[in-house]
Write a protein that binds this ligand. Structure first.
Ligand SMILES: [Zn+2]
Length: 348
Protein backbone atom coordinates (compact mmCIF):
# COMPACT_ATOMS: atom_id res chain seq x y z
CA UNK A 1 0.00 0.00 0.00
CA UNK A 2 2.91 2.30 0.56
CA UNK A 3 3.68 2.89 -3.09
CA UNK A 4 0.49 4.72 -3.97
CA UNK A 5 1.33 8.06 -5.49
CA UNK A 6 -0.03 10.82 -3.29
CA UNK A 7 0.83 13.77 -5.47
CA UNK A 8 1.04 14.51 -9.18
CA UNK A 9 4.82 14.60 -8.91
CA UNK A 10 4.96 11.22 -7.22
CA UNK A 11 2.66 9.88 -9.87
CA UNK A 12 4.84 11.20 -12.68
CA UNK A 13 7.90 9.78 -10.94
CA UNK A 14 6.31 6.30 -10.59
CA UNK A 15 4.82 6.09 -14.08
CA UNK A 16 7.03 8.14 -16.37
CA UNK A 17 6.84 5.92 -19.44
CA UNK A 18 5.50 2.84 -21.18
CA UNK A 19 7.96 0.49 -19.46
CA UNK A 20 7.10 1.67 -15.94
CA UNK A 21 3.36 1.30 -16.59
CA UNK A 22 3.83 -2.15 -18.13
CA UNK A 23 5.81 -3.19 -15.07
CA UNK A 24 2.98 -2.05 -12.82
CA UNK A 25 0.44 -4.08 -14.82
CA UNK A 26 2.70 -7.08 -14.56
CA UNK A 27 2.92 -6.75 -10.78
CA UNK A 28 -0.85 -6.46 -10.45
CA UNK A 29 -1.42 -9.54 -12.61
CA UNK A 30 1.34 -11.65 -11.06
CA UNK A 31 2.03 -10.31 -7.57
CA UNK A 32 4.01 -13.48 -6.79
CA UNK A 33 5.98 -13.36 -10.03
CA UNK A 34 5.28 -14.24 -13.65
CA UNK A 35 3.56 -17.54 -14.37
CA UNK A 36 3.21 -18.57 -18.01
CA UNK A 37 -0.48 -18.96 -18.95
CA UNK A 38 0.51 -21.60 -21.51
CA UNK A 39 2.99 -23.93 -19.79
CA UNK A 40 2.63 -22.72 -16.16
CA UNK A 41 6.35 -22.12 -15.87
CA UNK A 42 7.07 -19.74 -12.98
CA UNK A 43 10.00 -17.37 -13.27
CA UNK A 44 11.31 -14.27 -14.92
CA UNK A 45 9.95 -13.81 -18.47
CA UNK A 46 11.76 -12.16 -21.35
CA UNK A 47 10.91 -8.51 -21.59
CA UNK A 48 10.92 -7.14 -25.09
CA UNK A 49 12.43 -3.70 -25.18
CA UNK A 50 10.60 -2.60 -28.31
CA UNK A 51 7.27 -4.01 -27.11
CA UNK A 52 6.98 -3.30 -23.39
CA UNK A 53 3.37 -4.53 -23.32
CA UNK A 54 4.46 -8.07 -24.18
CA UNK A 55 6.13 -10.70 -21.97
CA UNK A 56 7.63 -13.89 -23.36
CA UNK A 57 7.91 -17.18 -21.46
CA UNK A 58 11.55 -18.34 -21.27
CA UNK A 59 10.49 -21.97 -21.36
CA UNK A 60 7.96 -22.22 -24.17
CA UNK A 61 8.23 -18.88 -25.91
CA UNK A 62 4.56 -18.02 -25.33
CA UNK A 63 3.91 -14.29 -25.60
CA UNK A 64 1.53 -12.58 -23.20
CA UNK A 65 0.00 -9.17 -23.79
CA UNK A 66 -0.22 -7.25 -20.52
CA UNK A 67 -3.19 -5.28 -21.76
CA UNK A 68 -5.19 -8.26 -23.06
CA UNK A 69 -8.46 -8.55 -21.18
CA UNK A 70 -8.17 -5.04 -19.80
CA UNK A 71 -9.82 -1.79 -20.81
CA UNK A 72 -6.53 -0.97 -22.54
CA UNK A 73 -6.71 -3.94 -24.91
CA UNK A 74 -5.54 -3.09 -28.45
CA UNK A 75 -5.34 0.58 -27.59
CA UNK A 76 -3.08 2.84 -29.61
CA UNK A 77 -2.77 5.29 -26.74
CA UNK A 78 0.43 5.16 -24.69
CA UNK A 79 -0.04 3.40 -21.34
CA UNK A 80 0.92 6.53 -19.36
CA UNK A 81 -2.08 8.31 -20.91
CA UNK A 82 -4.33 5.55 -19.56
CA UNK A 83 -2.64 5.71 -16.18
CA UNK A 84 -3.12 9.47 -16.04
CA UNK A 85 -6.77 9.02 -16.97
CA UNK A 86 -7.30 6.47 -14.19
CA UNK A 87 -5.46 8.68 -11.72
CA UNK A 88 -7.25 11.91 -12.56
CA UNK A 89 -10.69 10.33 -12.76
CA UNK A 90 -10.38 8.60 -9.41
CA UNK A 91 -8.49 11.21 -7.41
CA UNK A 92 -9.95 14.50 -8.53
CA UNK A 93 -13.00 15.20 -6.43
CA UNK A 94 -15.19 16.28 -9.34
CA UNK A 95 -13.77 13.73 -11.77
CA UNK A 96 -13.05 14.99 -15.23
CA UNK A 97 -14.93 15.74 -18.43
CA UNK A 98 -13.79 14.23 -21.70
CA UNK A 99 -12.94 17.71 -22.95
CA UNK A 100 -10.75 18.50 -19.94
CA UNK A 101 -9.06 15.14 -20.33
CA UNK A 102 -8.46 15.64 -24.05
CA UNK A 103 -6.93 19.09 -23.50
CA UNK A 104 -4.80 18.26 -20.48
CA UNK A 105 -3.20 15.18 -22.00
CA UNK A 106 -3.03 16.43 -25.56
CA UNK A 107 -5.21 13.69 -27.06
CA UNK A 108 -5.94 14.45 -30.70
CA UNK A 109 -9.58 13.50 -30.99
CA UNK A 110 -12.38 14.24 -28.56
CA UNK A 111 -13.98 10.87 -29.37
CA UNK A 112 -10.83 9.07 -28.21
CA UNK A 113 -10.86 10.87 -24.86
CA UNK A 114 -14.59 10.26 -24.46
CA UNK A 115 -14.22 6.55 -25.15
CA UNK A 116 -11.24 6.14 -22.83
CA UNK A 117 -13.17 7.62 -19.91
CA UNK A 118 -16.13 5.40 -20.63
CA UNK A 119 -13.94 2.32 -20.74
CA UNK A 120 -12.56 3.25 -17.33
CA UNK A 121 -16.14 3.60 -16.09
CA UNK A 122 -16.72 0.04 -17.26
CA UNK A 123 -13.81 -0.95 -15.01
CA UNK A 124 -15.60 0.66 -12.07
CA UNK A 125 -18.25 -2.04 -11.96
CA UNK A 126 -18.08 -5.67 -11.07
CA UNK A 127 -20.59 -8.37 -11.84
CA UNK A 128 -21.42 -9.51 -8.34
CA UNK A 129 -22.39 -7.15 -5.59
CA UNK A 130 -22.35 -7.04 -1.85
CA UNK A 131 -25.34 -5.50 -0.15
CA UNK A 132 -25.30 -2.42 2.03
CA UNK A 133 -27.09 -1.88 5.31
CA UNK A 134 -25.75 -4.79 7.34
CA UNK A 135 -24.58 -2.42 10.07
CA UNK A 136 -26.17 0.95 9.38
CA UNK A 137 -29.58 2.32 8.45
CA UNK A 138 -30.17 2.94 4.74
CA UNK A 139 -32.03 5.89 3.26
CA UNK A 140 -33.80 5.15 -0.04
CA UNK A 141 -35.41 7.62 -2.42
CA UNK A 142 -35.79 8.40 -6.12
CA UNK A 143 -34.92 11.47 -8.12
CA UNK A 144 -35.15 12.70 -11.71
CA UNK A 145 -31.75 13.34 -13.25
CA UNK A 146 -30.59 15.30 -16.27
CA UNK A 147 -32.51 16.51 -19.28
CA UNK A 148 -33.76 19.92 -20.22
CA UNK A 149 -37.34 21.12 -20.19
CA UNK A 150 -36.83 24.51 -21.83
CA UNK A 151 -39.22 25.28 -24.62
CA UNK A 152 -41.07 22.02 -24.24
CA UNK A 153 -43.66 23.02 -21.74
CA UNK A 154 -44.13 21.64 -18.29
CA UNK A 155 -43.06 18.20 -17.21
CA UNK A 156 -39.99 16.04 -16.98
CA UNK A 157 -38.87 15.70 -20.57
CA UNK A 158 -35.70 13.69 -21.16
CA UNK A 159 -35.19 13.17 -17.46
CA UNK A 160 -34.22 9.80 -16.15
CA UNK A 161 -35.48 8.28 -12.94
CA UNK A 162 -32.77 7.15 -10.53
CA UNK A 163 -33.13 5.29 -7.26
CA UNK A 164 -30.52 5.98 -4.59
CA UNK A 165 -29.64 4.01 -1.46
CA UNK A 166 -27.14 5.26 1.08
CA UNK A 167 -25.97 4.14 4.50
CA UNK A 168 -26.11 6.68 7.31
CA UNK A 169 -23.46 6.43 10.02
CA UNK A 170 -22.92 8.28 13.25
CA UNK A 171 -19.95 10.56 12.60
CA UNK A 172 -17.63 9.16 15.24
CA UNK A 173 -17.99 5.67 13.75
CA UNK A 174 -17.54 6.82 10.23
CA UNK A 175 -13.90 6.54 9.37
CA UNK A 176 -11.64 3.57 9.62
CA UNK A 177 -7.90 3.76 9.22
CA UNK A 178 -6.73 5.27 5.96
CA UNK A 179 -5.16 2.46 3.92
CA UNK A 180 -3.06 5.08 2.09
CA UNK A 181 -1.36 6.18 5.28
CA UNK A 182 1.36 3.83 6.54
CA UNK A 183 0.74 4.48 10.22
CA UNK A 184 -3.02 4.07 9.96
CA UNK A 185 -3.69 7.74 10.62
CA UNK A 186 -7.19 8.94 10.04
CA UNK A 187 -7.88 11.21 7.10
CA UNK A 188 -7.95 14.95 7.69
CA UNK A 189 -10.93 15.61 5.49
CA UNK A 190 -14.16 14.52 7.08
CA UNK A 191 -16.96 16.00 5.03
CA UNK A 192 -20.55 15.57 6.12
CA UNK A 193 -21.56 19.23 6.18
CA UNK A 194 -20.91 19.59 9.88
CA UNK A 195 -23.65 17.17 10.82
CA UNK A 196 -23.56 14.46 13.44
CA UNK A 197 -23.92 11.74 10.82
CA UNK A 198 -22.05 10.86 7.69
CA UNK A 199 -22.72 8.89 4.53
CA UNK A 200 -21.52 5.31 4.26
CA UNK A 201 -21.71 3.34 1.05
CA UNK A 202 -23.88 4.44 -1.83
CA UNK A 203 -25.78 2.74 -4.67
CA UNK A 204 -27.38 4.52 -7.64
CA UNK A 205 -29.39 2.85 -10.38
CA UNK A 206 -31.48 4.11 -13.29
CA UNK A 207 -35.02 2.74 -13.23
CA UNK A 208 -37.84 2.90 -15.78
CA UNK A 209 -40.56 3.88 -13.30
CA UNK A 210 -41.47 4.10 -9.59
CA UNK A 211 -43.67 1.05 -9.50
CA UNK A 212 -43.44 -1.41 -6.63
CA UNK A 213 -42.36 -4.20 -9.00
CA UNK A 214 -39.47 -1.99 -10.13
CA UNK A 215 -38.35 -0.68 -6.76
CA UNK A 216 -38.51 -3.91 -4.77
CA UNK A 217 -35.94 -5.84 -6.86
CA UNK A 218 -33.62 -2.81 -6.57
CA UNK A 219 -33.85 -2.84 -2.80
CA UNK A 220 -33.48 -6.62 -2.62
CA UNK A 221 -30.40 -6.54 -4.87
CA UNK A 222 -28.69 -3.72 -2.99
CA UNK A 223 -29.73 -3.79 0.66
CA UNK A 224 -29.25 -6.58 3.20
CA UNK A 225 -32.36 -8.25 4.57
CA UNK A 226 -33.23 -7.14 8.11
CA UNK A 227 -31.58 -3.78 7.45
CA UNK A 228 -33.22 -0.66 8.82
CA UNK A 229 -34.50 1.20 5.74
CA UNK A 230 -36.03 4.66 5.61
CA UNK A 231 -38.23 5.90 2.78
CA UNK A 232 -40.92 8.47 2.17
CA UNK A 233 -44.56 7.40 2.16
CA UNK A 234 -44.59 6.27 -1.50
CA UNK A 235 -46.72 3.16 -2.02
CA UNK A 236 -43.94 1.50 -4.02
CA UNK A 237 -42.23 0.78 -0.70
CA UNK A 238 -45.33 -0.50 1.10
CA UNK A 239 -44.25 -4.11 1.05
CA UNK A 240 -40.64 -3.76 2.30
CA UNK A 241 -41.60 -4.90 5.77
CA UNK A 242 -42.98 -8.17 4.38
CA UNK A 243 -39.77 -8.65 2.41
CA UNK A 244 -37.86 -8.75 5.67
CA UNK A 245 -36.75 -5.17 6.15
CA UNK A 246 -37.07 -3.02 9.23
CA UNK A 247 -38.93 -0.32 7.32
CA UNK A 248 -39.78 3.20 8.47
CA UNK A 249 -41.87 5.27 6.06
CA UNK A 250 -42.56 8.93 6.74
CA UNK A 251 -44.93 10.72 4.39
CA UNK A 252 -42.94 13.88 3.60
CA UNK A 253 -45.09 15.07 0.67
CA UNK A 254 -42.45 17.47 -0.60
CA UNK A 255 -42.10 19.09 2.83
CA UNK A 256 -38.44 20.25 2.98
CA UNK A 257 -38.21 20.18 6.77
CA UNK A 258 -39.65 16.68 7.02
CA UNK A 259 -37.39 15.46 4.23
CA UNK A 260 -34.31 17.01 5.85
CA UNK A 261 -35.19 15.26 9.06
CA UNK A 262 -36.13 11.84 7.73
CA UNK A 263 -34.03 11.43 4.54
CA UNK A 264 -31.23 13.97 4.84
CA UNK A 265 -28.33 12.04 3.40
CA UNK A 266 -29.83 10.73 0.18
CA UNK A 267 -30.94 14.27 -0.63
CA UNK A 268 -27.44 15.63 -0.09
CA UNK A 269 -26.23 12.88 -2.44
CA UNK A 270 -28.86 13.75 -5.08
CA UNK A 271 -27.86 17.41 -4.85
CA UNK A 272 -24.17 16.59 -5.29
CA UNK A 273 -24.96 14.28 -8.18
CA UNK A 274 -26.95 16.97 -9.98
CA UNK A 275 -24.22 19.54 -9.44
CA UNK A 276 -21.57 17.14 -10.72
CA UNK A 277 -23.48 16.12 -13.84
CA UNK A 278 -24.17 19.74 -14.72
CA UNK A 279 -20.96 21.33 -13.50
CA UNK A 280 -18.38 18.84 -14.74
CA UNK A 281 -20.19 17.20 -17.63
CA UNK A 282 -22.77 19.86 -18.61
CA UNK A 283 -25.50 17.27 -18.59
CA UNK A 284 -25.39 13.73 -19.93
CA UNK A 285 -27.61 11.73 -22.23
CA UNK A 286 -29.95 9.11 -20.73
CA UNK A 287 -28.13 6.42 -22.73
CA UNK A 288 -24.88 7.06 -20.86
CA UNK A 289 -26.28 8.06 -17.49
CA UNK A 290 -25.66 4.71 -15.76
CA UNK A 291 -21.97 4.95 -16.63
CA UNK A 292 -21.77 8.33 -14.95
CA UNK A 293 -23.70 7.04 -11.95
CA UNK A 294 -21.16 4.21 -11.65
CA UNK A 295 -18.30 6.69 -11.68
CA UNK A 296 -20.01 8.92 -9.11
CA UNK A 297 -20.67 5.94 -6.80
CA UNK A 298 -17.15 4.59 -7.26
CA UNK A 299 -15.53 7.86 -6.24
CA UNK A 300 -18.10 8.57 -3.52
CA UNK A 301 -17.42 5.24 -1.82
CA UNK A 302 -13.67 5.91 -1.91
CA UNK A 303 -13.73 9.63 -1.25
CA UNK A 304 -11.56 9.44 1.86
CA UNK A 305 -9.02 7.16 0.18
CA UNK A 306 -8.78 8.30 -3.43
CA UNK A 307 -5.59 6.38 -4.16
CA UNK A 308 -7.35 3.12 -3.40
CA UNK A 309 -9.68 4.06 -6.24
CA UNK A 310 -6.81 4.38 -8.68
CA UNK A 311 -5.51 0.96 -7.74
CA UNK A 312 -8.99 -0.53 -7.98
CA UNK A 313 -9.51 0.72 -11.50
CA UNK A 314 -6.24 -0.80 -12.61
CA UNK A 315 -6.74 -4.04 -10.71
CA UNK A 316 -10.16 -4.52 -12.11
CA UNK A 317 -9.01 -3.36 -15.48
CA UNK A 318 -6.66 -6.32 -15.43
CA UNK A 319 -9.43 -8.77 -14.54
CA UNK A 320 -12.56 -7.62 -16.31
CA UNK A 321 -12.73 -7.72 -20.08
CA UNK A 322 -13.56 -4.37 -21.51
CA UNK A 323 -16.53 -4.02 -23.81
CA UNK A 324 -15.70 -3.34 -27.44
CA UNK A 325 -16.57 0.09 -28.74
CA UNK A 326 -19.69 -1.24 -30.44
CA UNK A 327 -20.73 -3.25 -27.38
CA UNK A 328 -20.23 -0.23 -25.24
CA UNK A 329 -22.77 1.88 -27.05
CA UNK A 330 -25.18 -1.01 -27.15
CA UNK A 331 -24.74 -1.87 -23.49
CA UNK A 332 -24.84 1.72 -22.33
CA UNK A 333 -28.59 1.66 -22.74
CA UNK A 334 -29.28 -1.66 -21.13
CA UNK A 335 -26.69 -1.92 -18.38
CA UNK A 336 -28.18 -3.09 -15.14
CA UNK A 337 -27.05 -4.05 -11.70
CA UNK A 338 -23.81 -2.11 -11.79
CA UNK A 339 -21.84 -1.95 -8.63
CA UNK A 340 -18.47 -0.63 -7.67
CA UNK A 341 -15.61 -2.98 -6.85
CA UNK A 342 -15.26 -4.44 -3.44
CA UNK A 343 -12.89 -2.26 -1.48
CA UNK A 344 -12.56 -1.66 2.21
CA UNK A 345 -14.26 1.68 2.67
CA UNK A 346 -15.84 3.41 5.61
CA UNK A 347 -15.55 0.51 7.96
CA UNK A 348 -16.14 1.42 11.56
ZN1 LIG B 1 5.50 -20.97 -21.12
Amino acid sequence: MSNYPRTLLEFQHLFPDEVACAHHLERIRWPEGFECPSCSQVGEPWRLQVRPRVLECRQCGYQVSLTAGTVMHRTRQPLPIWFWAAYLVTTQTPGMSALQFQRQLGIKRYETAFLMLHKLRAAMVRPERDRIGAEWPVEIDETYVGGATQGEGRGRHHKTLVVGMVEVLPRKKALGPDPNLPSGQRPQHRGGHGRSFIAGRLRLQTIPNRKQETLEPMVLANVQKKAEVRTDGWTGYDNLHNLGYNHTAVPVRGDQAKTAQHLPMIHIVFGNLDAWLLGTHHGVSPAHLQGYLNEFVFRFNRRFWPMVGFDSVLKIAAQVESPTNRDFYKNAQTSSNPVEPDEPVLTG
